[in-house]
Design a protein around this ligand. Structure first.
Ligand SMILES: Cc1cc2nc3c(=O)[nH]c(=O)nc-3n(C[C@H](O)[C@H](O)[C@H](O)COP(=O)(O)OP(=O)(O)OC[C@H]3O[C@@H](n4cnc5c(N)ncnc54)[C@H](O)[C@@H]3O)c2cc1C
Length: 451
């Protein structure tokens, strides 16, 4: 076995993977097609490009993404190092000067003598140990090869995501459990009814809400079976009432009556702590979703852990094609990191890059591969990639719903702190057991805080 690691893709995940492996003493060949060729969303010649927003989201330790940042820093994350060095004021979020950020990250790569860089478009799956980190816009033939290896139904090119809410935030005075034509009050679906008046208000808001303009590389053709909710609504009021908001067979057990319309929520994870709005994939802007979906009475005060979206995104059906260490089951010498593996977001992609870099180095050194504890944010992401609950796997941002529930009763406003405390304790214990030295001091978790 060659002792060199090939990393394909020098985005956030690829840079992290290369640097993590190099820190473990492995020589790395990092290959990216830039600046010779660019994906439709990449424009900078630098590695580690932030393709859209310059924000890495919340920097509050009691939020899931803030916790993930803390865990990454303990693992000596290059992305976190670059972000801290190039941060711009953004309140409780961590936002960066994108040019300086990419420059810093590239500087870390250049300063690492074990990493050599190459510019090339890779169009075949390698035979050697490699990390595939080619991202949501993986170029050409490499994506085709992945589809061939995994089966074309296991590589997706579009994300059609319905919004996701946390169960605990749904107003149960306006919601009830029940499957269509099932036993009232029992079942897998949480139903959110609307009266005729509530429906009229919701429908008016939905059909006039602002939509995200399609990028020039995004096809305006949607699959008929996966139409955005606003496109269905534009076809006429009846389309939704006979479609995803059909009330038939969903009588309210409190009144025995059939509501005018019903939004059904379905479990998004095995624990059932987060639920998606069935059939609500959408291209509405986030503020428009915030305004429109809160007109559903049960969701007026809900915590939306993820908004809906439809965009170009190449990702694997992780639970069915990756092993517990993010290697392709059909080619276990190939690790998959970043957005391609089925996580969503800059921070999440980078985090999975670190883990794959460490494990690829371990594989080359004949050492055991590592799995972070499920109670930490990084472990929560791994858990998501292993979750076979849903037949149609969707990428996810990190959120506390991916972690096992806390034990005992914890007041809502103390849950973030309790999650962070449990996560960091377990994370440090895991690092110690794995022989990984924390790269910095343990951050202090505030006693009581809200994300
Ligand atoms: C249009 C768009 C906007 C997004 N906006 C945000 C946002 O605002 N916030 C957020 O958190 N997340 C956003 N994301 C999601 C995602 O988190 C980012 O795309 C993130 O950059 C993914 O990191 P990555 O390392 O997996 O891939 P990337 O950062 O995309 O890196 C992949 C690298 O691989 C290279 N590459 C691709 N194919 C090949 C090949 N065959 N051979 C050689 N090199 C190749 C590319 O040049 C690129 O440098 C967005 C995604 C898209 C598509």
């Amino acid at each position: 076995m060659s002792s060199e690691l090939l990393v394909i893709g020098g985005g956030l995940a690829g840079c992290e993977a290369a640097l993590a492996a190099a820190r473990s003493g492995v020589a790395v060949r990092l290959v990216d097609m830039k600046p010779e060729q660019f994906s439709p969303a990449h424009h900078s010649p630098h590695l580690g490009e932030l393709v859209c927003s310059n924000s890495l989201r919340s920097d509050v330790l009691t939020s899931a993404v803030g916790l993930l940042k803390a865990e990454m820093s303990l693992l000596d994350s290059a992305v976190m190092r670059a972000a801290r060095a190039t941060a711009v004021g953004a309140g409780k979020a961590l936002a960066v000067d994108r040019e300086a950020f990419a420059g810093h990250l590239e500087g870390q790569i250049a300063a690492q003598p074990l990493i050599s860089r190459e510019t090339a478009l890779v169009d075949t799956l390698p035979d050697e140990v490699a990390v595939l980190a080619t991202g949501p816009l993986t170029a050409g033939a490499l994506a085709d090869q992945l589809a061939k290896l995994t089966g074309s139904n296991h590589l997706h090119f579009y994300d059609a995501i319905a919004p996701i809410v946390s169960l605990e935030s749904v107003d149960m005075d306006h919601a009830y459990w029940g499957d269509r034509y099932g036993e009232p009050g029992q079942g897998d679906y949480l139903n959110c009814p609307l009266s005729r008046e509530e429906w009229a208000e919701f429908y008016a808001a939905l059909t006039t809400a602002e939509q995200v303009p399609l990028k020039d590389f995004e096809s305006p053709q949607f699959f008929e079976g996966c139409l955005p909710i606003e496109v269905m609504a534009a076809r006429g009021e009846k389309t939704l009432l006979f479609g995803p908001m059909k009330p038939v067979g969903l009588e309210d057990p409190a009144t025995g009556k059939r509501p005018h319309a019903v939004v059904q929520l379905r479990k998004e994870n095995a624990a059932g702590s987060v639920l998606n709005l069935v059939g609500f994939q959408t291209k509405l802007t986030y503020p428009a979703q915030d305004a429109v979906f809160r007109k559903i009475p049960a969701l007026a005060g809900a915590e939306f852990v993820r908004w809906g979206s439809i965009h170009r995104n190449t990702f694997l059906d992780a639970p069915r094609v990756l092993d517990p260490h993010q290697r392709l089951i059909a080619a276990p010498h190939l690790f998959v990191a970043g957005q391609l593996s089925g996580v969503e977001g800059y921070v999440e992609s980078a985090a999975m890059g670190i883990l794959c870099g460490i494990n690829a180095a371990n594989l080359l050194h004949d050492r055991p591969l590592l799995s972070p504890p499920p109670t930490c944010a990084l472990g929560g992401l791994v858990r998501h990639l292993r979750d076979t609950t849903s037949k149609s796997f969707q990428p996810s941002n990190v959120n506390f719903g991916l972690l096992p529930p806390l034990e005992g009763k914890v007041f809502k406003r103390q849950r973030g702190a309790a999650q962070a405390r449990r996560a960091l304790t377990d994370f440090l214990a895991w690092m110690a057991e794995a022989g990984l030295e924390p790269a910095g001091p343990l951050p202090e978790v505030p006693e009581e805080a809200r994300a």
